[in-house]
Structures are given as C-alpha cells and as structure tokens.
Write a protein that binds this ligand. Structure first.
Ligand SMILES: [Zn+2]
Ligand SMILES: [Zn+2]
Length: 273
C-alpha cells in the first residue's frame, strides 16, 4: 500500500511555511489523489499560529479556488484543526481534527502549549501543578477525553502530544505503569466515540520524538478495541507532506492493524494495508 493523501496539512494561512498552492503542487508531485487542508482554527489567545480572522473566510476561499483550479488532477478538501479551547463553526469545514495543545490556568487567562517547547512544559508543570508532572498528565488526558466526547471530531489529532518534549523520561516516565494506565484509560474512553485516530508523523519526522504519535502501546490497545487509524504528516512545509509515511505504515502493521482510513475522493474510507 502506498498512501496517496494527507488530511493534516498546514499552510501559510496559519503557522505553515508554504502557500496552500505550494502544498497542492507538492501533492501532485507525489501522485496524491487527495489533499486535505487543516489549518489551526482561529485561536484568540495565540493568533500567530492560527487563522488570522475569526471566521476563516479567506482560508476557505483560497482552498475553494484551488479545489476548482485543480479539480481534474486532485481532490482538495477544506478541513480544520480545532484546539479544545478554540472551537470553530464545524459546518464551515469538510471535516474536523480535534486536538488538545494547551492546558489552561483556571485562575487567569493563561494557556501553556504542551507542544511549544521544554521550557513551556516545565513552566506548566510548575505553575499549574506544583511541579507534579503526573498530575499534569492526568489533566491533559482528562481534557483529551472531554475533547473527543464534546466535539466528536472526525479525527483525533496527535493523541499523546503531551510526550513531545518529555524526551521519554525528562518530566515523567512514559514507560511506567502509572503513565500508561492514565493514557490507556483515556484512549479507551475517547475510542468509545469512534473517531479516527491519526498516526501523526510530524514530530517524529523532525527528530523530536522516538516514534510517531501515539506510542506503540496505545496503538496496540486501539487495535484491540477495534479503533480506526489513518496516517497523517501534520506537515508545516511542502517538503514534509508525506514524511515518514512508510515508517508509520510499518508501525501500523506491527501494532496489528490490517486496515487504514484514508482520505480518498473527499471522503474517509477504509482500505486494506
Ligand atoms: Zn496539532
Ligand atoms: Zn497540526
């Protein structure tokens, strides 16, 4: 199987480096059947990384222009990546990726991006959780479950993003039964909503994490639960459009999956690996 689409694609309407049309041209060069854009929905507390206008009109207009312009070469979809704390109008988009990027200070209007950098994650653990990383982990996964239940996204984005700057054991021990129990319990609850979980190669392709999200122990559990997975690059540049797809496919097989969800003909369909 060769994956010829990507549903988690950023461009310069949010924090991507390249224009939407550059992403389309890269998709054509790879022989893609489909390309799904998923800019970060307008996020008022961190606008520089998200769509700049709250309604997303300019973004949708450009994707619609490209969809028509390249209609005889590739199927283009206009999705959105919604953060838990920045809901969008779902009917404006072809599909929704639901992600948790931030933990919020309940006492004031401050958000810590768990995927920002190590210093931000450390400040979050110290500032919100009195230095207790495992309590932070519990809160992250509690919100992740709420995200799945409340918004019922088509795709759950990078389910264990909280591990991005943990460097396996910097703040908490990802291999410990305590951590894995928290993550597995949340996975069980989120999977009950029956979304597609993405195998997200973004941080792995950039050498930040040892494996794509989510970690193999979570993928194996998801497979046993009968969950669906798809492979996405979460790319922020044209050159990374399908980075590490072969590695992710190998991982999916190793974790027992025999089918993948893929974006094809503008729809999410199941295909044998
Ligand atoms: Zn994300
Ligand atoms: Zn993303």
């Amino acid at each position: 199987m060769i994956i010829r689409s990507n549903a988690h694609t950023h461009c310069d309407f949010c924090d991507g480096a390249d224009s939407a049309e550059s992403m389309v041209k890269a998709a054509l060069a790879h022989g893609f059947s489909d390309l799904g854009f998923s800019c970060h929905g307008y996020t008022p507390f961190e606008v520089e990384y998200s769509l700049k206008d709250s309604c997303g009109d300019a973004y949708r207009a450009e994707i619609k222009r490209l969809k028509l312009l390249y209609a005889n070469q590739i199927n283009i979809s206009c999705g959105v990546e919604q953060d838990f704390y920045a809901p969008v109008i779902r009917s404006d988009y072809d599909y929704l990726i639901g992600s948790v990027h931030y933990l919020k200070d309940p006492r004031r209007d401050v958000y810590y991006g768990v995927d920002a950098d190590q210093a931000t994650l450390a400040a979050c653990i110290d500032g919100l959780f009195g230095g207790d990383a495992m309590t932070m982990v519990e809160q992250f996964y509690r919100i992740s479950v709420e995200n799945a239940i409340k918004y019922q996204p088509d795709i759950i984005g990078h389910f264990d993003l909280v591990t991005k700057y943990n460097d396996i054991k910097l703040f908490f021990d990802q291999d410990s039964p305590a951590y894995q129990k928290i993550a597995l319990t949340a996975l069980d609850q989120a999977a009950a909503v029956q979304p597609i979980f993405e195998i997200n190669t973004g941080a792995f392709a950039n050498g930040i994490t040892a494996t794509p999200y989510p970690e193999p122990f979570l993928l194996k559990s998801l497979q046993k639960l009968g969950g669906r997975v798809m492979i996405n690059s979460d790319c922020h540049s044209a050159e990374q459009l399908n980075s590490c797809f072969a590695d992710a496919l190998h991982l999916a097989k190793e974790c027992g999956f025999r089918r993948l969800s893929v974006l094809e003909g503008g729809k999410f369909i199941e295909k044998a690996i």
